[in-house]
Design a binder for this molecule. Structure first.
Ligand code: URA
Length: 237
């Protein structure tokens, strides 16, 4: 059981003090009856709570797919630069959201955002072996030996060994590759490319586990994941 004001604030209706004012001014009903008690305790999934006549569709957690654009940082807040949380549409905003793992500011593509810590751990922990797939544009071709090193687990910066990656050629003439990794070391793909003598020109994450980026989602767009998509995240890619 939770307090009514806490339930409404958790659903992004407003801040705790804003929702209290709504309750006190009679804008909130529970099962059709006005409730003036902000501290009223109830089980949110068992009652119809409405604000100004609009029923709240209670969700304990949110699970969001974003097509991350270039130029925003994967963080919950940053006083200088726009974050992926800042660009969420208003209907997907609520307290406690954070990106599941980080993409560099200039990396685009599939980013999961949630407020469910256990779920984030199940996707990002290296022990879970969830592969992240990247479309990588390089400044030149990978040699056979370079591909061999990446697939065997390349050493980056002379002292950090990566787990074996999977590498496929997507467009030989334009030096575009698909690289799959199951860890999230800092700048990992860029440093892996550097370790085999190449520079990353652009990087897009196209899948996490068995979940591919929704091609109809414009850059910067975000939408909720379906239940099925949530399962795909931790399934084999
Ligand atoms: N590897 C990188 O180098 N950058 C990212 O954003 C993700 C993986």
């Amino acid at each position: 059981m939770e307090r009514l004001d806490k339930i409404l604030a958790s659903q992004g209706v407003g801040t705790r003090s804003e929702v209290r004012k709504m309750i006190w001014s009679g804008k909130v009903t529970v099962d059709g009856a006005v409730c003036l008690a902000a501290d009223q305790k109830l089980e949110p999934s068992e009652h119809g709570i409405a604000v100004c006549g609009n029923l709240i569709c209670y969700k304990k957690h949110l699970y969001i797919m974003m097509n991350k654009p270039d130029g925003v940082v994967s963080a919950s807040n940053d006083s200088h630069v726009r974050t992926v949380i800042d660009i969420l549409p208003s209907d997907l905003r609520r307290k406690g959201l954070f990106p599941v793992g980080r993409l560099d500011k200039d990396t685009t593509g599939l980013l999961i955002i949630t407020d469910d810590g256990a779920f984030a751990h199940s996707v990002m922990s290296p022990g879970k072996k969830v592969f992240k797939t990247y479309r990588v544009s390089l400044d030149g071709a990978l040699s056979e030996s370079g591909i061999g090193l990446l697939c065997g687990g390349v050493m980056i910066d002379g002292n950090e060994k990566c787990l074996p990656a999977q590498v496929a050629v997507l467009d030989e003439g334009n030096f575009i590759y698909q690289i799959k990794i199951c860890e999230g070391k800092y700048h990992q793909v860029k440093r892996m490319a550097q370790a085999v003598g190449r520079r990353v020109l652009s990087l897009e994450r196209t899948a996490v586990g068995g979940l591919a980026l929704d091609g109809t989602l414009e850059r910067g767009g975000a939408r909720e994941l379906t239940e099925c998509e949530k399962l795909l995240l931790t399934s084999d890619s």
